[in-house]
Write a protein that binds this ligand. Structure first.
Ligand code: ADP
Ligand code: MG
Length: 247
């Protein structure tokens, strides 16, 4: 079982990229578990017909006894979907939700029960404190990737995440695998992203172009991989999935 955490600024395209990677791996015959670690709780939306599944935090709030089936849902192409969820805005700590979700999955033996080949954590990376750092340092993820465009705020978040991974890395936790460049298609963008990767001592694993096929698929409640399996974009996501997991 190999586990990768995908970080990045809010809205940069983590969930779009991660759910397409999950779908690409599923197409190749692998069992994948995708765990959304963003209070937005919409990581797996395009794997569940565009609807939001109950979050671990909400289920815990409403039920005393919970079973794995209450928090792990089988989505499109058999991808196992989990959403950590978040607290009511203004009350409680968003990162705490991730810690609670991880502890719950573990206490219910989720990994032993489903035995996924791959686990992908989709993590909001605007602040890498407390619970948001959990996938890096709790022994959860083997490697960390960062989704970024060439926009300044996105590269700023990427740089912070790199620092966090490196400082934890010294203590034997997850290592930095590289950037997933999710382009915004502006002039000079490539140079900015490749320079930032070099400065961070890492590499650009793959560049994903901005393409309206993403929105078309989203409107159907699907990933591009599932809605347009023959498209060039699907081929790109398959290539990315192979590079990420060494297939
Ligand atoms: P995050 O999970 O990082 O908050 P999302 O994956 O939800 O971000 O992406 C935000 C929006 O950006 C999505 O609704 C999607 O339509 C759009 N998007 C992301 N990646 C691409 C892409 N490569 N091409 C076109 N649109 C994209
Ligand atoms: Mg997201």
């Amino acid at each position: 079982m190999k586990k990768i955490a995908i970080y990045g600024k809010g809205g940069i395209g983590k969930s779009t990229t991660v759910s397409n990677i999950s779908a690409a791996l599923a197409l190749q015959g692998y069992k994948v578990m995708q765990i959304g670690c963003d209070p937005k709780a919409d990581s797996t939306r395009n794997l569940t017909e565009g609807s939001n599944i109950p979050t671990v935090l909400n289920v815990l709030k409403e039920q005393e006894d919970i079973a794995l089936e209450d928090i792990v849902f089988t989505g499109d192409l058999g991808v196992l979907c989990v959403e950590a969820g978040g607290p009511v805005p203004g009350v409680g700590c968003a990162g705490r939700g991730i810690i609670t979700a991880f502890e719950t999955l573990e206490s219910l033996n989720a990994y032993e029960t489903y035995q996924p080949d791959f686990v992908i954590y989709d993590v909001l990376g605007d602040v890498v404190c407390g619970g948001f750092a959990m996938p890096i340092r709790g022994g959860y993820a083997d490697e960390v990737c960062i989704v970024t465009s060439g926009e300044m705020m996105s590269l700023y978040a990427a740089s912070n995440i790199c620092h966090a991974v490196k400082s934890f890395g010294k203590r034997g936790y997850a290592s930095l695998k590289g950037f997933i460049y999710n382009g915004k298609n502006f002039e000079g963008e490539d140079a900015l992203v490749y320079k930032a990767a070099e400065e961070a001592g890492t590499e650009v694993i793959c560049k994903i172009e901005r393409d309206g096929i993403v929105q078309k698929s989203e409107a159907m409640g699907k990933t591009v991989v599932s809605a347009y399996p023959e498209s060039a974009m699907t081929a790109k996501y398959i290539e990315l999935s192979k590079r990420l997991f060494g297939l």
